[in-house]
Write a protein that binds this ligand. Sequence first.
Ligand SMILES: Nc1ncnc2c1ncn2[C@@H]1O[C@H](COP(=O)(O)OP(=O)(O)OP(=O)(O)O)[C@@H](O)[C@H]1O
Length: 315
Amino acid sequence: MPVIEVERLRKQYGERTAVADVSFSVNEGEIFGILGPNGAGKTTTVECIGGLRRADGGRLRVLGLDPVGDRSRVVAELGVQLQHSELPPNLKVGEALRLYSSFYERPADWRELLEVLGLGPQAGTRYGKLSGGQQQRLSIALALVGNPRVAILDELTTGLDPAARRDTWELIESVRDRGVTILLVTHFMAEAERLCDRVAVIDTGRVVALDTPAELTARLDVQQRIRFVPSVPIEDSLLSELPEVESVSRRGDEVLVVGGADALAAVAARLARQGVLAHRLRVEQPSLDDAFLAITGRDEVADPGPRVRPLRHDR
Ligand SMILES: Nc1ncnc2c1ncn2[C@@H]1O[C@H](COP(=O)(O)OP(=O)(O)OP(=O)(O)O)[C@@H](O)[C@H]1O
């Protein structure tokens, strides 16, 4: 049974349609990503799933329950990562976790959670004194302190430096390994590629693609670009006559071969047969970035930047 079911979700803010028609389901133990440009409706979608907003249309289920109608039962099983701006700056890390754990019947051991998240030394530190990375880890701890079966994490690593981002990815993988199903909103392709089993790309309130990151990129007819320096001079025709190869060009002593998905194997076999070694070999594969561009027609997922968005309770 899917852990999260979203069928034809629709949500308006007055005249503005934030979510026009979104459907997907998330299986148990999955990390499911929602990717899309600014204003696509990602946050609104997960806020409806989390029961923080009431949908205007469609059907939502979390563990078979209605997030609004069965609110108290859903809250016991669902952890939602809060926007960190919502915590009072004077609240200490340990106090915040103790407070949040008191809301749950079967909370996790919050002291252990602090250690796992590398926040042990900060237990007595006030929220306002934490670094951005520490605040982010605290917000993840708060989402997990209720021992949820499902966690919703919105812009998990926005504002983190690359090292903190990688640490957070490892943490999320370990959370998933404990059996938690994770719904992740992200602006970062690398994050989706690294963490997500499947990704829904949302644009203007609709799902425009839904697949594994590998399938999303493989479905594109994006060329492989192979660069290398041959150990001995070679003729372009040696490679350009291969059916898998579209073009051969040079920059200095470097050869650039452009071809389809099988080009690398064909080029490597031809060079080997001629006794030519390929030095400084690099292969550029299509990435989720390319897929995103092809799907949405935009060449980047805009950086959301720092933001404070208090949740407006419009139920
Ligand atoms: N409380 C609100 N009142 C009115 N309009 C809103 C509200 N929240 C969001 N919107 C609008 O709804 C649309 C979808 O917003 P949403 O925040 O869900 O998108 P998003 O994909 O999460 O964007 P971002 O990546 O910028 O967070 C946008 O046009 C946004 O301006």
